[in-house]
Design a protein. Sequence first.
Length: 325
Amino acid sequence: MRTIQFREAICEAMSEEMRRDESIYLMGEEVAEYNGAYKASKGMLDEFGAKRVIDTPIAELGFAGIAVGSTMTGNRPIVEYMTFNFSLVGIDQIINNAAKIRQMSGGQFKCPIVFRGPTGSAGQLGATHSQAFESWFANTPGLKVIVPSNVYDAKGLLKAAIRDDDPVIFMESEQMYGDKGEVPDGEYVLPIGVADIKREGTDVTIVSFGKIIKEAYKAADEVAKEGISCEIIDLRTVRPLDINTVLDSVKKTNRLVILEEAWPFGNVSTEITYQVQAQAFDYLDAPIVKINTADTPAPYSPELLAEWLPNSNDVVKAIKKVMYK
């Protein structure tokens, strides 16, 4: 095993796949000459050249459309958005074209494309740069949505995303690019749509994904001092959703807390709540508790931002609530 940074895992996944398949290319703002806004494509221009690592203008609608169209001529593009907040400029290409090409062509065209970049808040970046759109994209038939929380998962899932014949939304975090973790020396690919039980437990199930899951680990450590055993599930993929892993855990622990960095209305945790009460209601010993951001745009003030974003204290309170403690 090797210890590398999250940004290095992203770079390795893209580079390994581009060496394997010449139809794969990377395009986006500052991905080439600058080595990526977060240095996630460092060295790739030198290795693959300007025809396969392409700097674009600040025109997300334009380069997203070029990439989608190129899939129909046999290419497999990776599109990097400097942040998924900027993907809104090109969301028509994602929702109305990439997600629908296979169906609207009667299966004549597939659309093997990866849209990747950071999601969610990243400190004091203000309301328009601190938004989590996982549930937006997951609401769209035809798209797969992956949100890794660590280095190992990021590399294995990105390689799977690049090899997939359907459009994949691959969402990272600006606050995780410097995170370190172990990856195998050899090649590995993780399956899309399979959740991972990060910690076994018996008293309460905590479901989360992305960088916010770190708060679940802190909370689990805290309540363990009081003898409460938490089972932590990392969804890794929110579409397709591995609801069976969640259901099996709830049937064991009989309690569920869901932690998600998103606004509270109509999100991934809302769907999980519905699925669990529909399929495992008789196993629940307490109402499901979901933890989200405040129902406002993200504030800039550091004091207000700390109140807006879920933290481990919120998770501890939720755990004790479902445990009736």
